[in-house]
Ligand binder design. Structure first.
Ligand code: MN
Length: 199
């Protein structure tokens, strides 16, 4: 059994003007798709074939002889989670339990914005900014390249891709502008809430 590329949870032009359909064409249709094709090839006829994506990530994390499998599996998972972390008309202040948790664990929405921006801006080179649950406590973190909180016993709540391919067509080198658009106009807080409930 092999993995298949999930559809985007919204039409390709739905995140414009913050993320263009051209970016999603490449990012979902080429980048995400390539990680998937690579993963399927790498696990074919191995004892990892038939495992869930989460198990493949956990079983190969930290094993340098399985770095190729880990990188592609984690990137497949991270991207699906990233598509779900955004929605048309999203962003801004959350409400409900996720807002209360942000208030309680991070000191409020402004504090979250500051930490999340910093995580995205200071991830040197490629990687991801995350809101995670660490045994029920919200934390902001960043990971380099394909690395994912799943490999560290943490439960992802929200993610932002800060690889250049996520923003270069729309923002060129201006990563801060992409991060602002993500926070103000794209975050899917309902999805984040549903992840927090699971943790
Ligand atoms: Mn990406």
């Amino acid at each position: 059994m092999s993995f298949t590329l999930p559809d985007l949870p919204y039409p390709k032009d739905a995140l414009a003007p913050y993320i263009s359909s051209r970016t999603l064409d490449f990012h979902h249709g080429k980048h995400h798709s390539t990680y998937l094709v690579n993963l399927n090839k790498l696990i074919q006829d191995t004892d990892l074939a038939g495992e869930t994506l989460e198990n493949i990530i956990k079983k190969t994390a930290g094993d340098s002889s399985k770095a190729g499998i880990f990188n592609n599996a984690a990137q497949v998972w991270n991207h699906t989670f990233y598509w779900n972390s955004m929605k048309p008309g999203g962003g801004g202040k959350p409400f409900g339990p996720i807002a209360e948790a942000i208030q309680q664990h991070l000191g409020g929405f402004d504090q979250f914005v500051e930490e999340f921006k910093k995580a995205g801006l200071t991830q040197f080179g490629s990687g991801w900014a995350w809101l995670v649950s660490n045994q029920g406590r919200l934390e902001v973190m960043k990971t380099p390249n394909a690395d994912t909180p799943l490999a560290h016993g943490l439960i992802p709540v929200l993610t932002m891709d800060v690889w250049e391919h996520a923003y270069y067509l729309d923002y060129q080198n201006k990563r801060p502008d992409y991060i602002d658009a993500f926070i103000n106009n794209l975050i899917n807080w309902e999805f984040a809430s549903s992840q927090l409930e699971k943790s």
